[in-house]
Structures are given as structure tokens and as C-alpha cells.
Ligand binder design. Structure first.
Ligand code: HEC
Length: 156
């Protein structure tokens, strides 16, 4: 092989491996995005659960604990979960394809959660039990309405 041919072969080879690793990365980052959104959602659940149990009367109302969870939720909703939803990333997840057909609506569902969570944090600072529980309900409804439209129902 002359020098030029060698170079061409080398470049072709590099390009090919580059292309292969780029597509590998693309797959990996879709998985990373799915992991990211699942962890953000799991984080929401962590903050919401005790407030939900208080709202249902399953555990006694505890204003201080409620306030700290409301703060945590408001902080967590500052994360931009939409980054975790690259177009068409439905495999091995409960995300519905409708998300990308209605992207603006999906984003506005998320903004509703962000707004209600900030209000919840503000109301929780007052210690007014009735107002806190009422605002919790509104906040939790924003989770529910997005799930209803954009999340696959679990079969079990
Ligand atoms: C903007 C829409 C939207 C909002 C708002 C939203 N979710 Fe989700 N949530 C989803 C979608 C879509 C999935 C499915 C994601 C998947 O399976 O990859 C999901 C999945 C979840 C999961 C399962 C995570 C896992 O283990 O895979 C939990 C738990 C969850 N959400 C809790 C919440 C809570 C609590 C709130 C409110 C504080 C909330 N979500 C608000 C869209 C939303």
C-alpha cells in the first residue's frame, strides 16, 4: 500500500469507528435521559408521599414535616424534566408517544406542577393546615393530569 492509500484507509477506519461510537452514544444518552426522568419522578414521589398520607389522614398532620417536603418538592420541580424526554423515547418506559405530538401541552402540564409546587411551598410557610391540604390537592392533581394523558397505565 502506498502512503496515500494507507492514509485513506486509516481515515475511513477512524470515521467508521467514530460513527459507530456516535450511534452507541446516542443510544446510551436516550437511556440516560430515561434514567434521568425516572429519578426526577421518583424524587417527586419521595416528597409527595408523606404529604399525601397526611392529606388522607393516614398519618397525623405534622406542619414542620409538611413544610420541609413542600420545600423539597418546589426545589425538585426546578429541574427541567423535559430534558429527560428526547423525541420518541418510549422504549421500556411508560411514556406515551402522545408526548411528542403534544409537546407544548406536555410542557405546560409541567409548568402547572412547577407553579402549584411553588404555591404549596408558600402556603406551607404559613402553617395553615386547611390551606396546606387544599393546595397539596391542587399540586397532586397536576401530577395526575399529566400521567393520565401522557403515561401508560400499568398493567398490574
Ligand atoms: C409533565 C408531565 C408529568 C408531570 C407533571 C408529572 N409526571 Fe410523573 N411521569 C410522567 C411520565 C410521562 C412518566 C413515565 C416516564 C417513563 O416511564 O419513562 C412518569 C412517571 C412517574 C413515576 C414512575 C417513575 C419510574 O420509576 O419510572 C412516578 C413515581 C411519577 N411519575 C411521579 C410523579 C409525581 C409525584 C408527580 C407530581 C409531583 C409527577 N410525576 C408529575 C409525566 C409527568
Amino acid at each position: 500500500m502506498n502512503k496515500r492509500l494507507m492514509q485513506t484507509a486509516l481515515i475511513t477506519c477512524l470515521l467508521a469507528s467514530g460513527a459507530a461510537s456516535t450511534s452507541g452514544m446516542a443510544q446510551e444518552s436516550t437511556q440516560a435521559a430515561i434514567d434521568f426522568r425516572a429519578s426526577v419522578m421518583t424524587t417527586f414521589k419521595w416528597y409527595v408521599q408523606p404529604m399525601g398520607a397526611m392529606a388522607k389522614g393516614k398519618i397525623p398532620f405534622d406542619a414542620a414535616r409538611f413544610k420541609s417536603r413542600a420545600e423539597g418538592l418546589a426545589n425538585a420541580t426546578r429541574l427541567d424534566v423535559s430534558e429527560g424526554f428526547p423525541e420518541g423515547s418510549i422504549e421500556e418506559s411508560d411514556a406515551k408517544p402522545e408526548i411528542w405530538d403534544n409537546w407544548d401541552e406536555f410542557l405546560s402540564n409541567y409548568r402547572n406542577l412547577q407553579d402549584e409546587a411553588v404555591k404549596l411551598q408558600q402556603v406551607a410557610a404559613t402553617g395553615d393546615e386547611q390551606a396546606m391540604l387544599a393546595q397539596f390537592k391542587k399540586t397532586a392533581e397536576t401530577c395526575g393530569s399529566c400521567h393520565k394523558k401522557f403515561r401508560q397505565k400499568k398493567e398490574s
